[in-house]
Design a protein around this ligand. Structure first.
Ligand SMILES: [Zn+2]
Length: 165
């Protein structure tokens, strides 16, 4: 699969000095459009623009919460995790995944909007290329056309929709 180098400097610049990309997407700003997988009144699920693995998706609350421990209630946390789990099951079905990685990352200095990375690890990935190595854009991101991203999002969306809650 062909990879392109990741422009880390540019990404850091945008993350730290630009508006919240998730809030802009939720508000419908076309400059921040992503390939959607699912959404409801609380949650939005979409493909990462910088996938290091096929099917690399993000789950976010629509509202701009930042602190996992302090900004959302246990009930809100569990509701978000039920979306993460449903997406994980959909990804497992669509991709030949050995594991589903789930991480809540972000920074108060950039990308502060609470979000989860939900990522299928392809079966047969060499051990030394798994885990953090598999997720780091510094190792290059996969080169997909917009049409390929749209098709991937539609396939995951169909599996997600068909999945029982
Ligand atoms: Zn936000």
């Amino acid at each position: 699969m062909s990879r392109r180098p990741f422009d880390l400097h540019n990404h850091v610049e945008r993350s730290r000095n630009g508006p919240c990309f998730i809030c802009e997407m939720v508000a419908g700003n076309p400059d921040y459009a992503h390939h959607l997988i699912a959404q409801d009144d609380q949650t939005i699920v979409f493909l990462s623009k910088y996938p290091t693995l096929p099917g690399y998706a993000l789950v976010c609350p629509r509202q701009h919460y930042e602190d996992l421990a302090e900004d959302i209630s246990p009930a809100q946390y569990l509701a978000l995790q039920s979306v993460v789990h449903r997406l994980s099951r959909a990804l497992k079905q669509v991709f030949d995944a050995e594991r589903i990685y789930v991480l809540s990352l972000g920074s108060q200095q950039g990308n502060s909007h609470l979000h989860w990375h939900v990522v299928p690890l392809p079966k047969g990935t060499p051990y030394e290329q798994q885990q953090y190595h598999a997720l780091m854009a510094e190792h290059g991101v996969l080169q997909y056309s917009d049409a390929e991203m749209a098709a991937t999002a539609a396939t995951i969306a169909a599996a997600y929709k068909a999945m029982t809650v």
